[in-house]
Design a protein around this ligand. Structure first.
Ligand code: GLC
Length: 534
């Protein structure tokens, strides 16, 4: 079970209103008590913070906003002392426009080896005044931006899949791979256990950058794509280190394409966004589980399960959105704010059910900070407070992802709820979060936090949870999913009631339910774990 720490918003030790590494270290006991096996720490490297660290200017240094390299070493040691593995966010698709390589590329001019490390092209039109192609950037607008040449004249254009401040590297250049192999070694030498690899499947683009009907990028995905040779090379770097060094790739690709990255000599894990996309219904979760297991039915591949992350509206809000309960991680639609009322109580009830589904699935579970507190998405941040580059680049039509990035409430009755000594935090925290703080929930056995703590303890104690072989109980009624999780020593039956009326549970020991039983039966919109008698 890996816990995603979003460094800006986890805990602030130096009192500037932004989270930092010492803040994370100071809260490691909380993560140990929650029962996490590892953390994924979002990008904390030197960065102008245009995309909150996903624009890296120096891959081997910690941004002063978050601390120092020495503080990272302390964090690693303190986490390891508690049995918690540490993984970092590697951003190989693009650098910051402030990275020395990109500055050198702009300065060196047309046709230089410095420019070859990125994608520079001449523009179309008589004076090269039009972009070289029609691909659109994920954050809105064209994915081409023009530079001024060293003599000041308007010059070539460079390609960026995301914001203009995030120029894409040209991974067809061997120097780029060599540099990232070295970056990996730099962190592995410091004791890092692995990496989450950002936009991992997009490293190779069609170098002709051909126009497409909808302006989408052409990213070769098949078995023959050169991208797979890159991951084989990165895997060799991981395997050269002692211990279980790992990597999980971020990709929104179709399951068959993802499976290629999971071949034994490539990456150990890939994110699977099937649960992010699934609406709260038996049919959608059945489909998501079947698709995941089918896609991962290759030797040694492990599934991952996730409902929340720093790019997606929080699941409590997704499940509570009246008439619109599906997930939201679809390209071009990074926010679903504001288009339907939210029944937060329903959202939280459903999120409790999904928590028990998620934590029972065979494979690795990823939790996003605050999910264990049942935090809702904050969809009413004042416009002046919005920071996600999507807000500007969409011409103020898409509020972006800030709503799921609001700092964590730790304790106390008013903002900033123990997150920081500063009164104002980088995103404002809702005063209504007082009942959702860690301190408030730790004291309440019925809270979301208590549910997660208990579930994670049971997951450690029962190998069938998270490590069993899954088989469906096929005669379950509509609105009910029932499945057995089987190991050599035990069977746990999971019953998920998506319907509106309570249902009978199979005979056995009820280990945990997401809501209290209702006359001995499983409540509406609830999940139970039942250990079967052999
Ligand atoms: C990934 C990250 C996202 C970031 C983007 C560009 O999708 O999860 O937060 O904005 O890549 O690096």
């Amino acid at each position: 079970m890996v816990y995603q720490v979003y460094p800006r918003s986890f805990a602030d030790a130096d009192g500037d209103g932004v989270g930092d590494l010492r803040g994370i270290t100071s809260r490691l006991d909380y993560l140990r008590d929650l029962g996490v096996d590892g953390v994924w720490i979002g990008p904390c490297f030197t960065s102008p913070q245009v995309d909150h660290g996903y624009d890296v200017a120096d891959y081997r240094a910690i941004d002063p906003l978050f601390g120092t390299l020495a503080e990272m070493d302390e964090l690693i040691a303190a986490a390891h002392a508690r049995g918690i593995r540490v993984t970092l966010d590697l951003v190989p698709n693009h650098t910051s426009d402030q990275h020395p390589w990109f500055r050198a590329a702009v300065a060196a001019g047309r046709g230089s080896p410095e420019r070859a490390r990125y994608h520079f092209r001449d523009g179309r039109g008589r004076h090269g005044e039009l972009p070289p192609g029609n691909w659109r950037a994920v954050f809105g607008g064209s994915s081409w931006t023009r530079v001024a040449e060293p003599d000041g004249a308007p010059g070539q254009w460079y390609y960026h899949l995301f914001a203009a401040e995030q120029p894409d590297l040209n991974w067809a250049q061997p120097a780029v791979l060599a540099e990232f192999e070295d970056i990996l070694r730099f962190w592995l030498d410091r004791g890092i256990d692995g990496f989450r690899i950002d936009v991992a499947d997009a490293l190779i683009k069609d170098p002709a950058f051909p126009d497409t009907p909808d302006g989408s990028a052409v990213i070769p995905k098949g078995e023959d794509s050169p991208v797979h040779a890159l991951y084989r090379a990165l895997r060799r770097v991981l395997d050269a280190y002692p211990g279980d060094r790992m990597a999980v790739i971020e990709t929104g690709a179709e399951p068959e394409a993802v499976a290629l990255f999971l071949r034994p000599d490539e990456m150990p894990l890939a994110f699977n966004f099937a649960f992010v996309r699934a609406g709260f219904s038996a049919a959608e979760f059945r489909k998501a589980i079947d698709a995941t297991l089918a896609a991962n039915a290759i030797p040694r591949a492990q599934s991952t399960w996730v409902t929340d992350n720093h790019d997606t509206p929080r699941s409590v809000t997704r499940y509570g959105r009246v008439g619109r309960i599906a997930g939201a991680y679809v390209p071009g639609e990074l926010s679903i704010a504001g288009d339907a009322p939210v029944d937060e109580a329903a959202g939280r009830r459903r999120a409790r059910a999904v928590a028990l589904l998620l934590l029972a699935m065979p494979g690795a579970a990823y939790l996003y900070q605050g999910q264990e507190l049942g935090l809702p998405n904050v969809d009413d941040l004042p416009e002046a407070a919005l920071q996600d580059p999507i807000w500007e680049r969409s011409g103020h039509t898409n509020r972006g992802r800030d709503g799921c990035r609001v700092p964590l409430p730790w304790s106390g009755g008013t903002p900033p709820f123990g997150f920081s000594a500063a009164e104002s935090t980088w995103l404002p925290m809702p005063p209504a979060w007082a009942p959702l703080t860690v301190a408030a929930q730790a004291a309440d056995p019925e809270s979301m936090l208590s549910l997660y703590r208990t579930a994670l303890r049971l997951r450690r104690e029962h190998p069938a949870l998270g490590r069993g072989t899954l088989s469906w109980v096929e005669d379950a009624p509509t609105d009910i999913l029932a499945l057995d999780l089987v190991t050599a020593t035990e069977t746990v039956c999971l019953v998920a009631n998506f319907g509106a009326t309570p249902v009978e549970l199979p005979p056995g020991e009820v280990l945990l339910t997401s809501l209290p039983l209702h006359d001995g039966r499983l409540s509406a919109e609830a999940v139970a774990w039942v250990e079967m008698r052999s």
